[in-house]
Design a binder for this molecule. Structure first.
Ligand code: 26Q
Length: 820
């Protein structure tokens, strides 16, 4: 294998492989190749270097005794593969030189990769970070997801409003995936069930579906960092079981003949761009079922056919993790496959099922808890409805035994919501069918135990555990910030990118003035580069010496981008009205998408862009304040943004953000955080030290208390001059060309309801920002804080998270992959 030409990583070998790929795979000589062709040729060249590792990994993972993680997720937000694979292979320098010698700029080619944006935000990106860590830690794993033809929409601004355009990430083809038509499964929908008597197995049910769709596998190898291990990302694409109907065709009904094909292929057409409230749409339920049915059939095929094992030991082959409730239909689907298709007894099947699954919860927001109207559910999945009813009957018997005569508890815990219109409750289903339930940060897990899943916690006190999220330092430091990575390596030596504890050796360098200067220059370089991009795209100058104050994440009221805006308007107001007021110049940067149907979030974007328009051109303030909304925030842009940030805004109302992961990415790149005691902020602050974290706002218990005792935002408005000045400025049309109606819905919701308590946290936030201002003015002290922050981020590597999943839930140990 070592002599395999494709794997050679010398500059000469890379050049040769590149030329070969261009000619033989793309079919062009260099003379007529487009930049995109060059990118694709390079992608094939790098892919060749990892395929051998991939093939050996798969062979190793399919050994009889190997247990494998199956990560079920409706979203995998991978971001670009090329640069990440080069980093993990350790070939960036050679590739750069090889391209140089061919007269090509590697960085320009890297930029041409279109973003595989198959996720909304945190949850999808977490799945991608976890695959990276699974591979790096040598844990056998498959990520199961959907190959959406159109991923997350492209966001553009028109007149300051968000407008959505469809994403077409597959337009130029996808060199990273391997088409696997031999991995095809049939998925059924609709129709009816009928019972029959099996002479050997007794009462059984048969499902006669109304429609059948095929699921076809597309495999993407995910290579670990400097190891031979790859994990597999297997995404399913829906296709019609039959391309067209001949009898319709022969009757001359040409549209009818292809209708089935259109309906079937719609299933993986597009990613739903909502990350909170669920719409209850039939197509979304079809997607969820399609994902789990293909994946489970695939796992059963591997266990029984490829490994030749008995189904009753299926749970020893697989530890399946449910990434939120989106794939929780896996529970009734595995029951159906075991009981109806493989004729196992119910009790045995239930034991296998419970031992197979675990469930990660990612939200506390009540509107995000999935539930499906029974008529819809039953018409699409009649057999699964029956199975859920049977699971529920047995489960509620267990509850009754423990808590006799407690009807309220029974009603709360039932998998069927019968308080009004009837629904299937997916979180309940996921809890009942899993061996473990986990939250994603300490506070979040505590709130699950105390509130959302209180009754389940009461019944099974050991079932809910915490595993705080993490992010991969390979992508979020190594790929996105190579200069900082090199400087850290200079200081602490090699090997810290997959052993973040080594970063603690960085701490003493905080006291080294020449090291601080280098640290500063790297940040400054990123800021200059971004200032250049802003000049190019927006046409105005920002000062790279100003403080870069950044909030990038999905736009949502609970994340409170508008609190950030209230602060910056207060600065504007003071600059205009207080002759003695002075401040460090700041550049405010925002990025994030609003769910297309979420009016208030879209209005927040309009507010940001409207404020920007006024501030950036006001001669009195424009040297001190700049505001930019960067459209179409995604993984690629994240990689540019985290390294240039000075200040990271993590300002959700306490108790609302399950964890947050952007908070970790900023801190790993040396930004300091201003934040509330919410999600993982709490743990980040504990790790980096309170002196290196700007804390403000109510705590989660204080939020609860205030709500119970009666919260009156209007009183705060009347009693706080600064807040009133800011709100009135918006209200009187200062940022809307005199239009007093534009922002009225937003202002009214704050004044008369303020669900997310911006007014309650306003003064505390303003005061804290003043502290930030003072701290930033002391450059050397700020740099010390920045260095110490990075040195203390080991806890937030996804490697730590994955080790915890392995130890606490999956019971899986690393497996060496030889050769490669
Ligand atoms: C559900 C049903 C129908 C349509 C869409 C959805 C849907 C899709 C995506 C619901 C939620 C999501 C995504 C949620 C998400 O990203 N949650 C975030 O997860 C991160 C990783 O754990 C946390 O850090 C964030 O705090 C949490 O908001």
């Amino acid at each position: 294998m070592k002599n395999n030409k494709r794997q050679q990583t010398s500059i000469a070998a890379i050049k040769k492989a590149f030329a070969n790929n261009l000619y033989h795979n793309i079919g062009k000589p260099a003379l007529t190749a487009t930049p995109q062709d060059f990118y694709t040729a390079l992608a094939y060249t790098v892919r060749s270097m990892l395929l051998d590792k991939y093939i050996h990994s798969m062979a190793t993972y399919l050994k009889k005794e190997t247990r494998i993680v199956a990560y079920f997720s409706a979203e995998f937000l991978e971001g670009p593969h090329l640069i990440n694979n080069m980093l993990n292979l350790g070939v960036i320098d050679q590739v750069r030189k090889a391209m140089e010698e061919l007269g090509l700029d590697m960085n320009k080619l890297i930029e041409l990769e279109s973003e595989p944006g198959l996720g909304n935000g945190g949850l999808g990106r977490l799945a991608a970070c976890y695959l990276d860590s699974l591979a790096t830690l040598k844990i056998p794993a498959i990520g199961y997801g959907l190959r959406y033809e159109h991923g997350m929409f492209e966001q553009r601004l028109e007149d300051g409003w968000q407008v959505e355009y469809s994403d077409n990430w597959l337009h130029y083809g996808n060199p990273w995936e391997l088409y696997r038509p031999e991995r095809t499964y049939r998925v059924q929908f609709g129709g009816r069930t009928e019972s029959y008597n099996d002479p050997e197995h007794g009462y059984r049910v048969r499902w006669n579906p109304g429609m059948v769709v095929k699921g076809i596998a597309y495999d993407t190898p995910i290579l670990g960092y400097r190891v031979n291990n790859c994990v597999l990302l297997r995404l399913w694409q829906a296709e019609a079981a039959q391309d067209f109907n001949f009898s319709d065709f022969n009757r001359g009904d040409y549209y009818g003949a292809v209708e089935n094909k259109v309906v079937a292929e719609n299933i993986t057409k597009v990613l739903y761009p909502n990350d909170t409230s669920q719409a209850g749409k039939r197509l979304r339920l079809e997607q969820q079922y399609f994902l789990v049915s293909c994946s489970l059939q695939d796992l059963i095929h591997m266990h029984t056919v490829m490994k030749g094992l008995d189904l009753t030991t299926h749970h020893r082959s697989v530890a399946a993790q449910l990434n939120d409730t989106h794939p929780s239909l896996a529970i009734p689907e595995l029951m159906r496959l075991l009981v109806d298709e493989h004729l196992l007894p119910w009790n045995k099947a239930w034991e296998i099922t419970q031992k197979t699954f675990s469930y990660t919860n990612h939200t506390l927001l009540p509107e995000a808890l999935e539930k499906w109207p029974i008529p819809l559910f039953q018409s699409l999945l009649p057999r699964h409805y029956e199975i859920i009813c049977e699971i529920n009957r047995r489960f509620l018997d267990e509850v009754r035994l423990r808590f006799p005569l407690d009807d309220q508890r029974i009603a709360n815990m039932s998998l069927i919501d019968e308080t009004g219109e009837r629904y299937v409750r997916m979180a309940g289903l996921a809890c009942v069918g899993s061996s473990h339930i986990n939250g994603v940060a300490r506070l979040h897990t505590q709130l699950l135990k105390d509130q959302v899943l209180k009754d389940y916690h009461c019944l099974w006190p050991d079932k809910i555990i915490n595993i705080t999220n993490g992010v991969t330092p390979r992508r979020w430091m190594g790929v996105s910030n190579p200069k900082l990575t090199a400087l850290i390596t200079e200081a602490v030596g090699e090997g810290w990118l997959n052993d973040m504890e080594k970063l603690s050796d960085l701490e003493p360098f905080a006291d080294d003035a020449s090291f601080r200067e280098k640290w500063y220059q790297i940040k400054r370089g990123h800021k200059e580069q971004v200032a250049g991009l802003i000049l190019e795209h927006f046409g105005f100058v920002v000062d790279p010496d100003s403080m870069f104050d950044v909030q990038v994440k999905r736009i949502h009221e609970y994340k409170r981008q508008h609190l950030n805006i209230l602060h910056l308007i207060s600065l504007y107001w003071r600059l205009k009205n207080e002759p003695d007021f002075d401040m460090v110049p700041r550049t405010f940067l925002f990025g994030g998408k609003a769910a297309p149907g979420y009016f208030m979030a879209k209005l927040i974007i309009k507010l940001i862009t409207s404020v920007a328009e006024v501030l950036n051109t006001d001669p009195v303030t424009r040297d001190k304040l700049k505001v930019i909304f960067r459209p179409n925030y995604n993984v690629k842009i994240g990689q540019i943004v985290y390294p240039m940030a000075d200040l990271s805004e993590q300002i959700s109302l306490a108790g609302k953000e399950a964890s947050g992961t952007g908070n970790m990415k900023f801190a790993m790149n040396g930004a300091l955080t201003i934040g509330t005691l919410d999600g993982a902020n709490i743990e980040i602050r504990e790790e980096v030290g309170e002196e290196n974290f700007f804390l403000f706002g109510l705590t989660a218990p204080e939020v609860l208390e205030l709500r119970q005792s009666g919260y009156h935002p209007l009183d705060i408005y009347h009693n706080n001059d600064q807040l009133r000045a800011v709100i009135d400025l918006i209200e009187f049309g200062h940022f809307s060309h005199g239009d007093r109606n534009l922002f009225k819905p937003l202002l009214d919701s704050l004044k008369y309801n303020d669900e997310y308590m911006l007014f309650a946290d306003f003064q505390s936030y303003i005061d804290c920002q003043q502290e930030v201002d003072r701290a930033y003015a002391d450059k050397e002290e700020w740099l010390k804080k920045s260095i110490r922050t990075v040195a203390r981020m080991a806890e937030f590597s996804s490697d730590r998270s994955i080790r915890e999943y392995c130890g606490k839930i999956w019971q899986i140990k690393p497996v060496e992959v030889l050769s490669g």
